[in-house]
Design a protein around this ligand. Structure first.
Ligand code: DX5
Ligand code: ZN
Length: 209
């Protein structure tokens, strides 16, 4: 089964509820990009917005933290209603296990993400400890960028290590690049620009499956 997780980074933040309701009938996950202006060169949204989203939807809240020192914010995002907290290996390194354990202690699913320049080898010891591995197929920070083909091979490497872990891809996903990723073993697709710029959202989502 392929899980599509629409990224609200491409939604209209002044009409967030409307834009969540536009995708809600067709998916079970919602991707929330949290950026701090330090780990990535952009600032997006944070805990209060997750808390408000939790009140208006039952979708599984897939929270992608592109922030420094993520362990510090695990309690706040758990309390706000995140169902999955994905953090970046590059933001923790020596605190990776500690961060995974902290997320799990809150009964929230734990995800570990790698940027395009980080190899699977660097995270191989953690793959069996998390629920999801997120392979970034663009440099994190902005929606609407071009899919980096060479990153996709990491999906195969991760699948070889663990047949059960959810492998998510994020960045430049559309009806063509989705197929490359699912063929390699990915089963969760984040898509922002592709979904929110479509004339027919239902059709666009179905084309990813
Ligand atoms: C990028 C974010 C993505 C972004 C993807 O840093 O992590 O989730 O919204 O956007 P698209 O699908 O437009 O590449
Ligand atoms: Zn993301």
């Amino acid at each position: 089964m392929i899980l599509v997780s629409p990224s609200i980074l491409s939604a209209d933040f002044a009409n967030l509820q409307r834009d969540i309701k536009r995708v809600e009938p067709y998916v079970s996950w919602l991707h929330i990009d949290v950026m701090d202006g330090h780990f990535v060169p952009n600032i997006s949204i944070g805990v209060p917005v997750v808390k408000s989203i939790r009140k208006i939807t039952n979708l599984f809240l897939d929270t992608h933290l592109m922030i420094e020192n993520p362990i510090k914010y695990v309690d706040a995002f758990s309390d706000a209603g995140s169902d999955l907290i994905t953090f970046h290996y590059e933001a923790t390194k020596d605190k990776t296990i500690e961060t995974i354990e902290k997320i799990k202690s809150r009964n929230v699913k734990a995800g570990l993400s790698i940027k395009p320049k980080t190899s699977v080898d660097e995270i191989k010891d953690y793959i069996n400890l998390v629920d999801l591995v997120l392979v970034m197929t663009v440099e994190p920070g902005f929606g609407g960028q071009k899919f980096m083909d060479d990153c996709a091979n990491k999906i195969k490497e991760i699948r070889k290590i663990n047949s059960d872990v959810i492998i998510q891809v994020d960045g430049g996903i559309n009806d063509k690049t989705a197929k490359i990723c699912t063929d390699l073993g990915a089963n969760s697709l984040v898509a922002g620009n592709y979904i929110y710029s479509a004339d027919n959202i239902e059709q666009a989502i179905n084309k990813l499956l």
